[in-house]
Design a protein around this ligand. Structure first.
Ligand SMILES: C[S@@+](CC[C@H](N)C(=O)[O-])C[C@H]1O[C@@H](n2cnc3c(N)ncnc32)[C@H](O)[C@@H]1O
Length: 155
């Protein structure tokens, strides 16, 4: 957990209770061990192959996924602080509000990327386009309907 506050940043008190809970449906295996190795945004053409490992409990829910060339992946930025209102990004001179940037530090640290689906291996999806640390928890997978269908035999 990164709990450092930079000059100009502002925080709030977090609510006492959660309003909902999530199931982690798997984990994402990436070559990125430290944050400094992660890209700011994944590259679905030139990024490295990453492996989305879905818990076998949810295997049937992958039925039909191979027909899509791109997926939207939702994941949980488990090392982020959740109380930042104003953030000072290293890449930016001025501070900015949490809801005006795609920083992983947010009240609900949900990240989203559109990835290229390279292939399906039983309960794993091999993709390009992720920007998260190795073993980041997976919370959802959705097809990107805007992309052309994949030309694959098994759908
Ligand atoms: C700027 S976020 C973008 C995430 C997603 N593509 C989005 O736009 O919602 C990506 C950065 O989050 C950080 N990060 C990656 N995995 C993380 C994790 N498990 N917990 C906290 N921060 C993480 C890394 O610094 C990475 O460069």
């Amino acid at each position: 957990m990164n709990d450092t506050i930079r000059p100009g940043e502002a925080i709030t008190d977090l609510p006492e209770h959660y309003d909902a809970s999530v199931y982690f449906i798997g984990h994402i295996r990436t070559p990125f061990i430290e944050r400094s190795q992660c890209p700011r945004q994944g590259d679905r053409e030139a990024g490295p192959e990453c492996r989305i490992e879905v818990d076998p409990r949810w295997q049937q829910a992958l039925t039909g996924i191979a027909r899509y060339s791109e997926l939207q992946i939702l994941y949980w930025m488990n090392f982020s602080r959740r109380d930042l209102l104003i953030q000072a990004a290293r890449s930016r001179e001025a501070t900015i509000g949490t809801f005006a940037i795609r920083s992983p530090a947010r009240p609900n640290p949900i990240a989203s990327s559109i990835v290229k689906l390279v292939r399906v291996e039983e309960t794993a999806l091999i993709v390009r386009g992720l920007d998260c640390l190795d073993k980041t928890p997976l919370i959802d997978i959705k097809p990107n309907y805007d992309a052309p269908r994949a030309e694959r035999e098994s759908a």
